[in-house]
Design a protein around this ligand. Sequence first.
Ligand SMILES: Cc1cc2nc3c(=O)[nH]c(=O)nc-3n(C[C@H](O)[C@H](O)[C@H](O)COP(=O)(O)O)c2cc1C
Length: 186
Amino acid sequence: MQLMEVLRSRRAVRNFSSQPVTQSAVEELIQAAVLAPSAMNRQPWAFAVSVDPTFIQPMAAQAKSFVLEHFSGSGLEPELRGMIENPDYQIFHHAPALILVFATSGAAQDAEDCCLAAQNLMLAARDKGIGSCWIGLARPWLSQPEALEKLNLPPNYRIVAPIILGYPAEWPESHGRKEPVIHWIG
Ligand SMILES: Cc1cc2nc3c(=O)[nH]c(=O)nc-3n(C[C@H](O)[C@H](O)[C@H](O)COP(=O)(O)O)c2cc1C
């Protein structure tokens, strides 16, 4: 695909076919992710991956319970709260694969670096016909030391981008974009 076509046609995908995502496909996406620029070329990222839905399902339940327990009263917009309080709402949308992008350095701007890597990954996925969706709702649980311990990850890792992956049941329509606000300042 041409770059602009990839940019225009990438969508947040939340409905997946039963086709699994292979380890080698994930590895190719991570190779695309690490082409991103980073401050001082520190490349302060690490990737935790599962392509096992039986592993991802319980994580989804745990991350959802955490959000409901800690944010249900006040910290969530009513519309979002209503959505995730629905017992059928699965935080990872039953995706067959999950990539967690962690910032590893503690240096200023390491989160920005990881966001760029995550965007590369999602665009490369689109190019390969793989759908992706960034799941911010999983961050509160993944930010807990207990979660890192449970996943056998180093305690200094900071979650930036939980991204689900899978072959789309269908590509969603675009929700469109607002006109950009542009100030010509010189
Ligand atoms: C930082 C961030 C957090 C997001 N968190 C969630 C989430 O928790 N659950 C979800 O289903 N989608 C989530 N999304 C996906 C957005 O809702 C989606 O990208 C947006 O509606 C625009 O749609 P598009 O990606 O198809 O253009 C998130 C996206 C971003 C960038």
